[in-house]
Design a protein around this ligand. Structure first.
Ligand SMILES: Nc1ncnc2c1ncn2[C@@H]1O[C@H](COP(=O)(O)OP(=O)(O)OP(=O)(O)O)[C@@H](O)[C@H]1O
Length: 468
């Protein structure tokens, strides 16, 4: 299918000042070069029987009911969150978007303020089994608290800037160092901005895993803010691409396993399935001891339990990481993240960006090298021989499986974790079965070939469009 129409570029810059503070020089793949982030508007293909509200933009009869029926929150903070969202939904439904979630409701500032305030002030509630649920631990900050913490959002405290937000380092009155994410007023209207904010807040508030960003609080005073745990080493992107210092293999592999663990949690262990939709090096932050933290849940979505595939519109994400079925047809599920994770693995292995300064796709460059097991060409030359060959082979095999152009052939994140950690049998066996399958597919399935080559053609076309 030809994808056409509007392409919007949104840039993502990390703070160059901080990069230079870290003694980092730009290398070939400069860290201040933005990953192009595209929003393609494509015609929606067909319906999805699982979701009658698919791609509808009208407030249909009972979207709120549908959505709330799907919410099966069991965790402590869940009940209160659900109550708040239910109340917001009842009063604020104006538009029902492609995914029946709390994201889908446009919310006026007045409404947002009232609901969040009421939520914060609510008494302890009980869940459906009558068990008392403690109040959530995250805090509703005032603007002045955040302004004081960040020295009036001074440029010295600017940690990074994405397409939607500026992130500042801050120090709270109790001495805790935090990151304050200030949502920017861009081209989207206030109500959309509010619902995006609630979406990100709602998702991040429910996440509890060492490999995912942790919410400390929020503020809707003088703009929309999220207060998050501070990651002292910044993003993987700045460490991998923006530093003279070569990130050692041990840390790279630790990051790979950490991100895989985090995604496994989001996809399989969270009370509701979550897809992130924007897994990329600049959205992976590093803690003090280089533990990976998946951040930026601005595009993340909850998935209904029985949802296999869905068509979304518009398509959002970052070029170079987009799975073919997603950017060509808008089909989204967990395998969208699996593909992006494969690209991230390739970045860790090769030290190359998903899309380099010559507009070359890493996937297109690396795939033949992975298939021919060409370690020498593939591995980041800066590593020399300083890597664990077994870990590297596992990472290569996993990457190859994750970037399969057929979503159904990609492993799920549980399998990815097993592959990376070597819990899935000897590597040789895995390698054999992977190569065997590739041969069968390549030999028999002409449609695959067509699909693959048109994928590459479309990918190049989209990249040209977005980078012009
Ligand atoms: N908790 C944190 N600790 C340290 N730095 C952070 C933190 N959160 C974000 N940053 C920095 O700020 C940058 C932008 O943050 P983020 O990706 O959340 O913004 P965004 O506008 O949502 O981005 P995008 O354009 O990808 O949607 C990150 O790449 C990172 O460098």
């Amino acid at each position: 299918m030809a994808v056409e129409n509007k392409v919007t570029r949104v840039e993502n810059h990390e703070n160059p000042e901080r990069d230079s503070n870290m003694g980092e020089n730009r290398n070939e793949f400069s860290s201040d070069e933005p990953s192009p982030r595209g929003v393609l508007e494509v015609p929606v293909l067909g319906g999805d029987s699982d979701n009658s509200s698919s791609s509808s933009s009208s407030g249909s009869s009972s979207p709120g009911k549908q959505a709330s029926n799907r919410i099966g929150i069991k965790e402590n903070t869940g009940l209160q969150w659900k109550n708040m969202i239910d109340t917001i939904k009842k009063k604020s439904v104006r538009r029902f978007s492609v995914i029946p979630l709390l994201t889908s409701y446009e919310i006026s500032r007045k409404n947002l303020r009232r609901k969040l305030a009421r939520f914060q002030g609510s008494e302890e509630e009980t869940d459906s089994d009558g068990i008392p649920v403690p109040k959530p631990s995250w805090k509703n900050f005032s603007y002045s608290e955040l302004a004081t913490a960040t020295d009036n959002f001074s440029s010295e405290n600017l940690l990074g800037k994405g397409g939607h937000a500026e992130v500042y380092k801050g120090c709270l009155s109790d001495g805790k160092v935090v990151a304050v994410k200030k949502l920017m007023k861009n081209e989207v209207g206030e109500e959309t901005r509010n619902s995006n904010f609630l979406s990100e807040l709602g998702i991040i508030a429910h996440i509890n895993h060492r490999n995912a960003a942790r919410l400390i609080g929020f503020s809707i005073d003088g703009g929309l803010h999220l207060v998050l745990q501070f990651s002292p080493h910044g993003s993987l992107s700045s460490l991998l691409f923006g530093s003279e210092h070569c990130l050692d293999w041990k840390t790279r592999f630790k990051v790979a396993v950490g991100v895989a663990d985090g995604l496994q949690y989001l996809h399989h262990e969270c009370h509701r399935r979550i897809i992130h939709r924007d897994i990329k090096a600049s959205n992976i932050l590093l803690t003090e001891d280089y533990e990976a933290q998946i951040s930026d849940f601005g595009l993340a979505k909850w998935l209904p339990e029985n949802w296999t595939n869905h068509v979304v519109h518009p398509i959002e994400g970052t070029f170079g990481y987009l799975a073919p079925e997603y950017f060509m047809h808008g089909i989204v599920n967990e395998k969208t993240d699996v593909f992006a994770f494969g690209v991230l693995l390739l970045e860790l292995i090769t030290g190359r960006r998903a899309v380099d300064s010559y507009r070359q796709s890493l996937v297109i460059w690396a795939k033949p090298l992975l298939e021919s097991n060409n370690v020498k060409e593939l591995v980041d030359p800066r590593l020399g021989d300083e890597y664990d060959p077994t870990e590297l082979k596992r990472a290569m095999l996993t990457a190859l499986m994750c970037i399969n152009h057929l979503a159904s052939k990609r492993p799920n994140m549980q399998q990815v974790v097993q592959l990376l950690k070597g819990e899935d049998g000897p590597l040789e066996l895995q390698q054999k079965s992977c190569t065997g399958r590739a041969v069968i597919l390549d030999g028999l399935d002409m449609q695959d070939y067509t699909c693959s080559s048109s994928y590459l053609k479309d990918l190049n076309r989209h990249m040209q469009l977005v980078m012009e």
